[in-house]
Design a protein around this ligand. Structure first.
Ligand SMILES: Nc1nc2c(ncn2[C@@H]2O[C@H](COP(=O)(O)OP(=O)(O)OP(=O)(O)O)[C@@H](O)[C@H]2O)c(=O)[nH]1
Ligand SMILES: [Mg+2]
Length: 250
């Protein structure tokens, strides 16, 4: 199974890839592998089985092509797509039960350039492939902010065409009962939005939640912390359940 970690810049993709991978290694007998598809990162907490930086880095592209950081990331996505056969072959050779794939800093690079959808399309042909969409707990604490984060997750699912589960990361920093209840019950999230908003904003946020209820691979959002390790077992359950229920979305 391939598990692709996607989320906004700094949401905790790299930390969760590492923590979740280590948790699976310690608590199950399954073989895991780590893949880094972020050419812009400097430090990684895990040892890669495949590292895109072995082929190019954002820094190199910036110098060579006289580009700024975002332009270089876009160029990096194009180069990644060209390497797709190498990446897919490497993943197939690993023969791991869980292949954890870390993606570039800004999620729009992986999701909205063609590299991400193309890679997912090929990965899902050889093995079950799922996206873990990471919501940054620090920027999503009200019903409305959660609804807008969920809208990004839905857009990600639409682009990548694979089952997508939502996690709220950094739970060590954002624990409260309202969030707990909203994440386990979309109807309660709607009740909170009714209280927080009025007019068009309310209507829009409520529609996002309805879409999530209808389309999400799971009716719940698991809370995780890459610092304390909270939620790793629940995340594995969520990933497995969603794969069984959804299969391929195409
Ligand atoms: N408290 C807390 N901090 C976290 C958690 N996960 C990540 N962080 C912190 O958030 C920051 C960003 O984490 P990364 O794992 O690098 O996030 P990322 O999404 O890979 O970042 P980019 O690839 O640069 O977009 C770091 O300072 C992490 O230590 C968490 O669960 N709890
Ligand atoms: Mg990262």
């Amino acid at each position: 199974m391939n598990i692709i970690f996607v989320g906004t810049a700094g949401s905790g993709k790299t930390s969760l890839t590492n923590r979740f991978g280590n948790w699976i290694q310690k608590n199950t007998s399954n073989k895991i592998s780590f893949i880094n598809l972020d050419p812009g990162c400097i430090h990684l907490p895990y040892k890669c089985d495949f590292d895109i930086r072995g082929y190019f880095t954002v820094e190199e592209i910036m110098k060579k092509e006289s580009l700024g950081p975002s332009g270089a990331m876009v160029k990096g996505a194009e180069l990644t797509e060209k390497l797709m056969n190498v990446i897919i072959e490497k993943i197939d050779q690993l023969k791991s039960q869980y292949v954890l794939i870390d993606t570039p800093g800004q999620s729009e690079i992986f999701v909205f350039q063609s590299a991400g959808p193309t890679i997912c399309d090929h990965l899902k042909k050889s093995s079950q492939t799922i996206c873990v969409y990471i919501i940054d707990g620090l920027i999503a604490s009200t019903g409305t902010s959660l609804a807008s984060a969920i809208s990004l997750s839905l857009a990600t699912q639409m682009r990548l065409g694979i089952p997508t589960v939502n996690v709220l990361n950094k739970s060590d920093l954002v624990k409260n009962q309202e969030i707990d209840r909203m994440l386990s019950d979309y109807d309660y999230m709607k009740t909170m939005i009714e209280k927080e908003e009025s007019g068009t904003m309310k209507g829009l946020a409520l529609k996002f939640v309805d879409a999530a209820k209808m389309l999400s691979s799971s009716q719940r959002v698991v809370q995780v912390s890459s610092i304390t390790g909270e939620g790793m077992s629940q995340l594995l359950d969520l990933v497995q359940e969603s794969m069984c229920e959804c299969g391929d979305l195409s």
